[in-house]
Design a protein. Structure first.
Ligand SMILES: [Zn+2]
Length: 113
C-alpha cells in the first residue's frame, strides 16, 4: 500500500505550509489524485486519517478530486489526456507516450485557522 507513504510526504508539506502561515490547525485539505497514480480513494482516506493523528491536520476534512493524466505523444507531437497506464494515444492509437502529469498525488489547497 503506497498510500501511506504518499500521505506522510503530503503531511510534511502541509506542516511546512502551516508553519509558514503561523496557523494553529488545518481544517480542510484538498488533494488531487492523478488518474495514473493507482491510488485507491478508500485506502487514501484511511491512510490519511492514521498518518495525520497527533499532527496539525488531525481530524481535518479531506476533499478529493481526480485529475486526468496528460501525456505527450511522440507520433503526433501533441499533448493528450489518458486514463490508464497501458492506454494508447487517443489520436493515433500509438504507444510512444511520455506521461507528463497525473501519476501522483498533489496538494491543491489548504484551509487553516
Ligand atoms: Zn498519437
Amino acid at each position: 500500500m503506497h498510500e501511506i507513504s504518499l500521505c506522510l510526504s503530503t503531511l510534511e508539506l502541509i506542516e511546512q505550509q502551516v508553519r509558514q502561515h503561523g496557523a494553529r490547525r488545518v481544517t480542510a485539505v484538498w488533494l488531487e489524485i492523478g488518474a495514473l497514480s493507482c491510488i485507491e480513494e478508500h485506502a487514501l482516506r484511511f491512510s490519511f486519517a492514521s498518518a495525520s493523528r497527533n499532527t496539525v491536520a488531525e481530524g481535518c476534512q479531506l476533499l478529493l478530486s481526480y485529475q486526468p493524466a496528460r501525456a505527450w505523444c511522440w507520433d503526433c507531437s501533441v499533448s493528450v489526456f489518458i486514463e490508464k497506464h497501458d492506454a494508447g494515444c487517443p489520436e493515433c492509437g500509438g504507444h510512444t507516450l511520455r506521461v507528463e502529469s497525473g501519476d501522483s498525488l498533489r496538494l491543491k489547497q489548504l484551509e487553516v485557522e
